[in-house]
Design a protein around this ligand. Structure first.
Ligand code: 5GP
Ligand code: MG
Ligand code: MG
Length: 177
């Protein structure tokens, strides 16, 4: 395991992000929409630092299957999206890679007629972003390496690490199966 972003840097970046969000949405009806499953740690840490009334929603979208980095079938489950008509929406994801996920989700969420949508991601692999989407907020730009931790998984392992790391062969072997 090699740590790419330590816990202290993540927490400092989230405090800064919370300040920017606070300034942007003062007195506005904010809904924070987290993309399952990778954004849940970020969602939990971030919303506790935003001192504004807000609602929380979740949506499921997946372009990745298992541990691979090949795009598979793209699935969006809107069942847990609350009513966002006329509300300001902040869409949260763990990482912006090719941009397909955020592009597809934005298309779908737009149909629900929010007043505005902005996007925030913890990590941005900007060299890999081929879709025409940019995050309104991002905490760290990272190189084109597969990372885990702070919500990001390898085959559903390692989401609980409080830092962002790359894996060695033995870390992959340790996941069993
Ligand atoms: P995109 O649609 O932008 O290509 O990919 C975004 C999604 O792919 C993220 O929400 C995340 O689930 C997954 N992903 C992209 N890069 C990585 C990575 O380095 N590690 C992990 N664990 N997931 C990634
Ligand atoms: Mg994801
Ligand atoms: Mg994953």
């Amino acid at each position: 395991m090699k740590v790419l972003v330590p816990e202290t840097e993540i927490q400092a970046a989230i405090a800064k992000l919370a300040g920017e969000i606070h300034a942007q949405y003062q007195d506005r009806p904010l809904t924070v929409l987290g993309v399952l499953t990778g954004s849940v740690i970020l969602l939990a840490d971030l919303i506790r630092q935003i001192e504004l009334p807000l609602r929380v929603g979740l949506l499921q979208a997946s372009s990745y299957r298992g541990a691979t980095t090949t795009a598979g079938d793209f699935v969006i489950n809107p069942d847990f999206i609350p009513d966002i008509a006329n509300r300001d929406v902040l869409l949260l994801d763990d990482i912006l890679d090719t941009g397909q996920t955020l592009t597809r989700i934005l298309e779908q969420v737009q149909t629900l007629k929010p007043r505005s949508i902005r996007t925030a991601v913890l990590l941005w692999k900007h060299e890999r972003t081929t879709f025409e989407v940019q995050p309104d907020y991002h905490c760290f730009r990272i190189p084109d390496e597969f990372v885990v931790g702070y919500g990001l998984d390898y085959d559903d392992h390692y989401r609980n690490l409080p830092y962002i790391a790359t894996l060695d062969d033995e870390d992959i072997a340790a996941t069993g199966n």
